[in-house]
Design a protein around this ligand. Structure first.
Ligand code: ADP
Ligand code: MN
Ligand code: MN
Ligand code: MN
Length: 344
């Protein structure tokens, strides 16, 4: 038997954006534990905005498990928060009720700022560094400093070791701003992996004495880009059947559901979706081929392939909850009849 270090990780009850929480328990297993071997556990919900002090117990229900390469015999356990009966989802538990579809694929592009001493990493104590331009995909000390790349590379190693589909990294448009991409099949799988990737990044910042700023517009109304979390999505029907007619109906549906999408695309998005800095206005829905100023960007490949493939919703922001984002995308898609459904 081996003693495993199980890190139970969950989302707390803070609004509008939950925080990640985690605590460790040691348990013996003959080999790396599977999901059904992991017991329910509890925590003090009165300290996480999930319960009142006089009845503070909440239940952690393991829903996904990953190897933790940063620890000897380490296990990362993604959990849902349940009521004391262990069966009813806690109101803060969005994952329990979202739409899922194993054939829907999601690619999230997480942008964020590294922060040190209350300002973006690499910003001088007073004023600003030279304007944005050379930082995006930049290389060299002058543009990316001497520590950010260590962090993003180590994060990549941890994600890959955990079996998370980390798909890539780039330095972003603002100084101190970076992006990584996570891909997954099914809204729960993709979103679990994004939350776990965020957890691994946050934990890593402790080692480097650097913070992550996930706010979508940390530098306010300036000429510095905000942070998004573009949601690239495709259903089986979009990939295999698609067609111009279906695409246009889909975009009509997205237009109708605009406010429902914005409601779950992350807080303070009006600060970011201004129509400037590669964004579309928050108040109107638009789509465009290869258009980074549209709400939804249609890749060239999509059109060239007979309106088949994936689309990029550029509106979700860096603080958005991937569970709710993916679910809303599926909800809107479900309102559009496919040929199969129309024939049925
Ligand atoms: P860009 O910065 O040009 O918008 P990225 O390369 O950062 O593009 O992100 C593209 C994302 O699209 C990746 O996360 C990738 O996994 C995702 N993606 C690619 N193909 C599909 C697909 N068929 N369905 C869903 N997502 C996809
Ligand atoms: Mn990208
Ligand atoms: Mn980007
Ligand atoms: Mn993108």
């Amino acid at each position: 038997m081996t003693k495993y270090r199980l890190e139970y990780i969950w989302l707390d009850g803070y609004t509008p954006t939950p925080n990640l929480r985690g605590k460790t328990q040691i348990k013996e297993f003959a080999s790396f534990p599977t999901l059904d071997q992991l017991p329910l556990w509890g925590f003090d919900g009165s300290s996480t905005m999930q319960a009142e002090g006089h009845s503070s117990d909440c239940v952690l229900k393991p829903v996904a498990v990953y190897p933790d390469a940063a620890r000897t015999n380490g296990v990362l356990v993604m959990c849902e928060v349940m009521m004391p009966d262990g069966k009813t989802p806690h109101p803060s538990n969005k994952r329990a009720t979202i739409l899922d579809d194993a054939d829907a694929w999601f690619g999230f592009e997480q942008e964020y700022f590294f922060y040190k001493d209350g300002r973006p990493l690499g910003f001088p104590e007073h004023g600003y560094p030279p304007p944005q331009g050379p930082y995006y995909t930049g290389v060299g000390y002058k543009f990316v400093g001497d520590v950010a790349r260590k962090l993003v590379e180590e994060h990549l190693d941890l994600c890959l070791a955990a079996g998370i589909n980390h798909e890539g990294i780039n330095a972003e448009v603002a100084k101190g701003q970076w992006e990584f991409q996570i891909f997954g099949k099914g809204s729960r799988t993709a979103a679990d992996q994004m939350w776990m990737a965020r957890y691994l990044m946050l934990r890593l910042t402790e080692k480097y004495g650097i913070d992550i700023e996930f706010h979508c517009k940390p530098l306010g109304d300036t000429d510095w880009n905000g942070s998004g979390m573009h949601c690239n999505f495709s259903t089986k029907y979009m990939r295999e059947v698609g067609g111009k007619d279906y695409f246009e109906k889909l975009m009509d549906a997205f237009k109708v559901a605009r406010a429902d999408h914005i409601a779950v695309y992350g807080p303070d998005n009006h600060m970011r979706l201004t129509g400037k800095h590669e964004t579309a206005s928050i108040d109107t829905f638009s789509w465009g081929v290869a258009d980074r100023g549209a709400s939804i960007r249609v890749p060239h490949s999509f059109v060239n392939n007979g309106y088949k493939g994936y689309l990029e919703d550029r509106r979700p922001n860096s603080q958005g909850d991937p569970y709710q984002i993916a679910s809303q995308v599926l909800k809107t898609i479900a309102t559009v009849p496919t040929d199969a459904k129309a024939a049925a």
